[in-house]
Design a protein around this ligand. Structure first.
Ligand SMILES: NC(=O)c1ccc[n+]([C@@H]2O[C@H](COP(=O)([O-])OP(=O)(O)OC[C@H]3O[C@@H](n4cnc5c(N)ncnc54)[C@H](O)[C@@H]3O)[C@@H](O)[C@H]2O)c1
Ligand SMILES: O=P(O)(O)OC[C@H](O)CO
Length: 342
């Protein structure tokens, strides 16, 4: 691997020792930075420090030996220049509150793809609410953790209004298998990362039901139309949805069995209950909570989201999938590219 970050070496704290936090720690260490990984489980800490493997989340993959893990949040954050957060959205605020003033003055990048219930806050909004004087960015894109640790050629997007932050994070993570683009549309990049999980559940379900390529293509394309329509209504830049964080991540997540959201959909399509699907996964699939938040918000705002609405009907309102699909196909006809409007 060839890092492209020039000479500056940073101390990077990564909060969250699941699949994505571990993948980010591996890239950062490969690029010559000092990496501290905060994990809450002492056995997993030992696995990283002694075996250089995350036995629970990324078994079989070697992580760079210089990654140092700890359960002590204070030690991990103490002299970090940059903090990358990969904590599921449901615990994000509480972890940020725990870190508190230790985040002050630092570059803090959320990599979490979810929406907080009740507030409808995205993670960058939580960071700004909880800590004053921090420089906030968001990393999102088609970034399946297992492919990254296997060093498959991958690209991502760092979004921030702070150009200097974007440049620093691009330099920190960029190497010959990981390319990082920048974007000023923080809200759009972050919302896209959360929204695509809904549609990965839809296509996972379709895959289990043996959908063909025509169906898959229809679902992904109409998903892009409705997620863009929703995000634009909330103030996102429509062009973001044509980039890596939008259509890029939608394609990766809606077509890969590595995606946990796709796996939840697949289990539902096999006739399993949501509880069974989530229990079998034993990892975070953000899409179910995102579906609930988006369904409610779309109703409040009057945004037309037939696929999200249909999925909500199947999972939470007891509708029969085949009947629902038939009724959706028989709805009033529309033009193809009235992309951002109803
Ligand atoms: N895995 C990927 O491919 C990927 C890629 C990009 C973004 N993301 C996003 O990153 C976030 C994390 O996903 P992941 O794949 O790493 O999940 P994961 O299920 O693999 O791991 C979650 C990690 O968070 C930790 N955690 C949960 N609650 C915690 C708390 N209260 N305090 C401390 N640690 C806590 C768990 O112990 C675990 O280590 C999600 O929002 C996901 O959408 C994941
Ligand atoms: O495994 P998922 O479904 O959480 O998706 C992981 C990443 O978001 C893909 O970019």
């Amino acid at each position: 691997m060839t890092p492209s970050n020039g000479s500056r070496q940073y101390t990077i704290a990564i909060l969250g020792g699941g699949s994505f936090g571990t993948a980010l720690s591996d890239i950062s260490a490969n690029n010559g930075h000092q990496v501290r990984l905060w994990m809450r489980n002492p056995e997993q800490v030992q696995g990283i420090n002694d075996d250089h493997v995350n036995h629970r989340y990324l078994p079989g993959f070697s992580i760079h030996p210089s990654v140092w893990a700890s359960t002590d949040l204070q030690t991990v954050l103490a002299d970090a220049d940059i903090v990358l957060i990969a904590i599921p959205s449901k615990s994000f605020r509480s972890v940020v509150q725990q870190a508190g003033d230790l985040l002050k003055g630092k570059i803090v990048v959320s990599t979490t793809k979810g929406i907080e219930p009740v507030t409808f806050d995205l993670m960058s909004e939580i960071l700004k609410e909880e800590v004053s004087d921090i420089r906030v960015g968001v990393l999102s894109g088609p970034n399946l953790a297992k492919e990254i640790v296997a060093k498959a050629v991958t690209a991502s997007v760092i979004a921030s209004e702070d150009d200097d932050l974007c440049e620093i994070v691009q330099g920190v993570l960029h190497c010959d298998y990981f390319r990082v683009y920048s974007n000023h549309d923080v809200y759009g990049v972050e919302l896209a990362g959360a929204l695509k999980n809904i549609y990965a559940i839809v296509t996972g379900m379709g895959a289990a039901m043996k959908m063909g390529e025509n169906t898959k293509s229809m679902l992904i394309t109409r998903s892009l139309a409705e997620m863009s329509r929703f995000a634009v209504k909330l103030g996102a830049n429509p062009l973001t949805f044509l980039g890596l964080a939008g259509v890029g991540d939608l394609i990766a997540t809606c077509t890969s069995s590595l995606s946990r959201n796709y796996q939840v959909g697949y289990a539902l399509g096999q006739g399993k209950s949501l509880k069974q699907a989530e229990e079998a996964l034993q990892q975070v699939a953000e899409g179910v909570n995102t579906l609930c938040q988006v369904h409610q918000k779309a109703e409040e705002l009057g945004v037309y989201m037939p696929l999200a609405d249909g999925l909500h009907k199947i999972i939470f309102e007891g509708y029969d999938v085949q009947q629902l699909v038939k009724s959706m196909m028989m709805k009033e006809l529309k033009t193809d590219v009235e992309f951002m409007v109803r």
